[in-house]
Design a protein around this ligand. Structure first.
Ligand SMILES: [Zn+2]
Length: 329
């Protein structure tokens, strides 16, 4: 049983369970959230969740413990019943979080060893080492992930199912800059940007998760949404903290809900491309958000540009800020 409990907790963290139950918590510090206690009536938040230790504590009712303890208390179940009902929760397609985490770490370790990868990042205007570390940007040279992960004890089947390997057993990501996509603490997918001639954008199969790094920005009264992670990276580097990324112009249900769940102004800084795809998408999204009572404005970049090229071609934070301020609803 003890071993099963550990396996369960690796699969489902307390904070993920709470998000699933629609608990609303705000970040305090690097690995803590606070919100209203689901276990007793209160008007001032005193329920703390430590995501590193995977435990909660409420200063109001004095209850505390791990995920199973939380289920025992909130659903009035015994330990065994709580475990059983959590164990029935749908499992992710693969026991993927751990293997994705290791793949992301491996790719991160490769970055410094491949000058072509660093050259590509510089060409896209990303050069701050602290930001590269924070975003956990890595490089998939191709041809070495399989060996690395099988040496860690992961089966070929698991790597295949998770999409890290192609049908023929070769690495799925080949010469790509890699950004891990996290939901809470867990890596749910990897985004790979080709630095060569291959198809530019790739994700692994499965969910992309919500808006990128949403926990960091959800409390800002004004939020900037960009399409791509290179847009995101240059804006962060230029000092914009209130920026998130939708990983494409089509938002999934979770991402859309995140934007209207709370009152805020949304600035959509999508690509201004020749076929108007980005602007059309921004227009539609602004209307949909408007229907949910959210003010959404379109940031109009110069013709043919996206936030990334704007900065790469010499635009600065002040200029971008004036575009944001001039944004049209
Ligand atoms: Zn409480």
């Amino acid at each position: 049983m003890g071993e099963d409990v550990e396996a369960l907790k690796r699969r489902l963290s307390l904070i993920e369970y709470l998000w699933q139950c629609n608990w609303k918590g705000s970040p305090v510090g690097r690995s803590e959230f606070v919100g209203l206690c689901p276990l007793h009536e209160e008007t001032k938040p005193s329920f703390y969740v430590n995501t590193r230790k995977d435990v909660f504590y409420c200063h109001g009712c004095g209850q505390g413990g791990d995920l199973i303890r939380f289920v025992e208390l909130s659903r009035h179940l015994s330990f065994r019943q709580s475990f059983a009902c959590l164990d029935l929760q749908p499992r992710p397609a693969v026991d993927s979080a751990a293997v994705l985490e290791q793949a992301a770490t491996f790719y991160q370790q490769q970055l410094d060893h491949y000058p072509e990868a660093m050259r590509y990042l510089n060409r896209r205007g990303v050069h701050d080492p602290a930001l590269i570390r924070e975003l956990e940007i890595g490089y998939a040279p191709g041809g070495s992930l399989r060996r690395h992960l099988t040496a860690q004890g992961h089966s070929f089947d698991l790597l295949r199912q998770g999409g890290l390997l192609n049908v023929n057993g070769s690495d799925a990501f080949y010469q790509r800059i890699v950004f891990p996509l996290r939901q809470g603490e867990h890596v749910v997918n990897l985004y790979g940007r080709s630095i060569g001639a291959a198809f530019a954008h790739r994700f692994l199969p499965g969910i992309k998760g919500g808006l990128y790094a949403w926990e960091k920005v959800r409390h800002y009264p004004e939020v900037i949404v960009v399409e791509g992670l290179f847009d995101y990276a240059v804006l962060r580097q230029a000092g914009f903290q209130n920026v998130t990324c939708s990983l494409g112009t089509h938002l999934n249900t979770d991402q859309f809900r995140q934007l209207y769940d709370g009152s805020r102004t949304v600035h959509l800084a999508f690509d201004v491309d020749a076929n108007q795809g980005g602007q059309l998408a921004a227009d539609q999204l602004a209307h949909r958000l408007g229907a949910h009572g959210i003010t959404a404005r379109r940031v109009l970049l110069p013709e043919g540009q996206d936030p990334n090229s704007f900065f790469v071609q010499g635009g600065d934070a002040r200029q971008f800020q004036s575009l944001v301020e001039a944004a049209q609803s």
